[in-house]
Design a protein around this ligand. Structure first.
Ligand SMILES: [Zn+2]
Length: 375
């Protein structure tokens, strides 16, 4: 079994393109990771997710530890086998979702005690336990256990939380140990504060990780504030390791992040939106529920090669969505994931060719046109 490595192949401005090599396959960057929360990307077969171009999935420690439990998945051969996905999997640490989903949380230096949102049962999560769960799942890219305050928060709270996360990063590193072919990523915190982000980056670099995530963004601060932070945060992280922006985002967030030097992203947006009738296209967002689509024989996007666009009309998608048919969520999710992967491929090609600025201008110009006129 080979190791885990990052190979940078090109750069245009701050935007980078490369390949993350793992024993379970290569991941071309910049990469978008669909989210498979409960060991499934909702409404998609794993082979369909792969057909959209996805080369890595994200799994959620918090959800899987509660149901069906990491021990059960381990006994059944690990998460890859359990969910029939043989390519790489990245798992989050559970920390963020404990903070956003669980009830009755108690945070101490040791870790977090919380109540399951499913049945109210009590659980304890520490850096050591998070590393154990992610090992039991068989995750290829393991994330450090961290804590992040909701923004806005005052500077003292942000600093205190970031320093706790850095102590937990060391404990995560110690507990992870040395595992050939598996990677551990550190997570930079520090809110929107440049000095705290710098302190956090230095702490992580002195511990040493296989990749570095930018955490604590996309938590309601807005795109301007997020881009303001991304103007310096990626530069504070090592040049020769992958940089992962957690929980981002909308298509224009993704493009702006890549422009600022981010290599990996994940978001529930394309899959969740598919189930609520929101469709992302080159010409912006379509709401398939709208009556204007009821008689429209045209595809969502005539240039898209996904099954939803090749084989079905807006009128059909409107009908099955309004009729609450499962195929609506399936087709719209497929289209959205396909579109997100198409953006990533477009950026990879443009960065390699040194034409990122022109690609970005075209991306924004197409969106500014808005959806095609109603028939
Ligand atoms: Zn499509």
């Amino acid at each position: 079994m080979g190791g885990f490595s990052f190979e940078k192949l090109g750069q245009d401005g701050k935007a980078r393109t490369g390949v993350i090599h793992t024993p379970k396959g290569d991941i071309r960057t910049p990469a978008f990771m669909p989210v498979g929360t409960a060991a499934t990307v909702k409404a998609m077969m794993p082979e369909s997710v792969a057909a959209t171009g996805a080369e890595i999935l994200l799994g959620n420690t918090y959800h899987l530890m509660l149901r069906p439990t990491a021990e059960r998945i381990n006994n059944l051969g690990g998460l890859h086998k359990f969910m029939n996905w043989s390519k790489p999997i990245l798992t989050d640490s559970g920390g963020f979702q404990v903070m956003s989903l669980a009830g009755l949380r108690k945070l101490t230096e040791e870790g977090v005690t919380f109540q399951s949102h499913i049945d109210g049962s009590k659980h304890h999560l520490t850096p050591e336990r998070s590393m154990e769960i992610q090992r039991l799942l068989g995750s290829d890219i393991v994330m450090c256990f961290d804590e992040c305050p909701a923004l806005p928060a005052d500077r003292d709270r942000i600093a205190e939380s970031m320093r706790l996360s850095m102590r937990w990063a060391q404990r995560s590193r110690d507990a992870f140990g040395d595992r050939l072919g598996y990677a551990l990523f550190g997570i930079q915190q520090g809110g929107l504060e440049q000095d705290f982000r710098e302190e956090s980056a230095e702490a992580l670099k002195s511990i040493g990780f296989d990749g570095y995530a930018i955490g604590g963004l996309a938590v309601g601060e807005g795109q301007d504030a997020m881009f303001g932070c991304l103007d310096f945060a990626p530069d504070q992280l090592p040049e020769d390791k992958p940089r992962y922006l957690m929980g981002v985002g909308k298509p224009d967030d993704i493009v702006g992040a890549v422009k600022r030097g981010v290599d990996m992203m994940d978001c529930v947006l394309p899959s969740r939106s598919g189930r609520t009738g929101q469709v992302f296209t080159r010409r912006g967002v379509i709401n398939i529920k709208n009556a204007r689509h009821a008689d429209d024989p045209r595809p969502l996007d005539e240039h898209c090669t996904c099954p939803a666009c090749r084989n079905y009309s807006r009128a059909y998608l409107h009908h099955v969505f309004r009729s609450n048919e499962m195929i609506a969520g399936m087709l719209l999710t497929w289209h959205n994931l396909h579109y997100f992967q198409e953006i990533m491929q477009g950026m990879r090609d443009a960065i390699a060719a040194g034409t990122f600025d022109a690609w970005e201008a075209d991306f924004h110009a197409m969106r500014a046109q808005g959806d095609i006129d109603p028939i």
